[in-house]
Ligand binder design. Structure first.
Ligand code: CMC
Length: 378
């Protein structure tokens, strides 16, 4: 074995070979299967992009139709899953509810037939179809209400907003939401994807793979940041208070949520697209004063931290878009999960092609040959 330098957080260490996505953090470029994110956001849909990520090529018209129809057919969740979710405490975080529900899917559908392409496809379809339904169901059931059944007339994004808000969404809102999903679908070797791959490498079932990734995405340094951004904007409350708030963060070395990235040293290209979507939403549905606070924050953070390569990341503007879509802030991270299922499954499928169990090493810093001290003598 070669001895390599220990890098906390595995920074800069490749853990896989992958052809799914590419990031150039200096130039602010993100590509899925070689296609720029700006192109996909403008021209594709989330489900077409998911197909591209998972199967490596854009689908033909027939392939896309079949994929969309299969997903539509599998959107409902079993009443036993709903009954299980009804027992979850209403104060529990929706990410925890989602992690438990995703794992529960394995109780029904796990076959571990990982060498069977039909099983792979079936698991992809079921997970993409059912995760949004579970997120929407928990949102209603935690208030004691019945969940809304999926509506077969509506496409993926519109149906989710319908199940969530109990009414058909405005077409612009549905389109904007679909683009948000596309933007969050995949992002190279981030923490949750790595977590998914470690789990996948044991050849466990795809429901366990997704459940472990959801648990990883939940933390505030990863997907949880989008919720914290809105909390922060609310806490600041007005444009004048932005500078003192940021001075305080910098003085006490507190991380400013929605800024900074392990890979991007310029503004995240997804933040630029999301900012534009937020503006479209404000034009149509009314201004949000938190946007003014956000703009001022971005301006001052750039002034103070650009020299360190710290700029707005994907989580900075997404919450402002979701707020305008009527989505409560503790669902922002579950929405990130709905989208990222596509990326997790793409990496799962890629890894099954040439799997080796993840088993890194460690640098032991403890003692050796210590005596065992009987409990009475400690
Ligand atoms: N606010 C203030 N300072 C920061 C920030 C920030 N948001 N991010 C990094 N820094 C500083 C950090 O203090 C350190 O400074 P110094 O060298 O003087 O000690 C330097 O930049 C390097 O930071 P790091 O924490 O070592 O960088 P990392 O690559 O380990 O962390 C990060 C990346 C995303 C976890 C971090 O930037 C962060 O915590 N950001 C806030 C949370 C957030 O917005 N997360 C979402 C990430 S994007 C998508 C996603 O995963 O959801």
């Amino acid at each position: 074995t070669t001895v390599c330098e220990y890098k906390p957080g595995l920074e800069g260490i490749p853990v896989a070979q992958s052809s799914i996505s590419y990031v150039d953090g200096q130039k602010g470029i993100l590509e899925y299967r070689g296609i720029r994110i700006e192109e996909l956001a403008a021209k594709s849909t989330f489900l077409e992009t998911a197909y591209l990520l998972i199967w490596g090529e854009l689908p033909t018209k027939e392939e896309l139709n079949k994929f969309e129809n299969d997903i539509r057919y599998h959107r409902r969740i079993k009443y036993r899953i709903r009954d299980m979710m009804k027992c979850f405490p209403e104060t529990g975080h929706p990410m925890d509810a989602l992690q438990a529900s995703a794992a529960a899917l394995g109780l029904f559908y796990s076959k571990r037939a990982l060498d069977n392409p039909d099983y792979i496809r079936e698991a992809v379809v079921r997970l993409l179809a059912k995760i949004p339904t579970m997120v929407a169901a928990f949102k209603l059931m935690r208030k004691g209400n019945d969940p809304v059944q999926p509506n077969d007339e509506l496409d993926y994004a519109a149906n989710f907003l319908y199940m969530l808000n109990e009414r058909k969404p405005d077409p612009l809102a549905a389109k904007v939401f679909d683009i948000c999903l596309t933007l969050h679908a995949e992002h190279t070797m981030n923490a949750s994807t790595f977590s998914a791959m470690v789990t996948a490498s044991t050849l466990t079932d795809p429901y366990a793979v997704v459940a472990s990734a959801v648990g990883t995405l939940a933390g505030p340094l990863h997907g949880g940041a989008n919720e914290e951004v809105i909390d922060m904007l609310e806490e600041i409350g007005s444009v004048e208070k932005v500078r003192p708030y940021l001075d305080d963060c910098l003085q006490y070395k507190k991380k400013i949520m929605g800024f900074g990235h392990r890979v991007y040293k310029v503004k995240d290209p997804r933040a630029t697209i999301l900012q534009n979507l937020a503006e479209q939403m404000f034009d149509k549905f009314g201004h949000d004063k938190y946007y003014d606070i956000a703009l001022e924050m971005e301006r001052i953070v750039e002034e103070k931290l650009a020299h360190k390569g710290i700029y707005a990341n994907v989580d900075f503007y997404s919450g402002l878009v979701y707020r305008k879509l009527g989505i409560p802030s503790d669902l922002f991270t579950p929405i990130f999960a709905i989208a990222r299922v596509a990326g997790w499954l793409a990496h799962w499928k890629e890894q099954l092609g040439e799997n080796r169990i993840f088993r890194p090493t460690q640098i032991y810093t403890g003692f050796h040959d210590e005596p065992y001290i009987p409990i009475a003598e400690r």
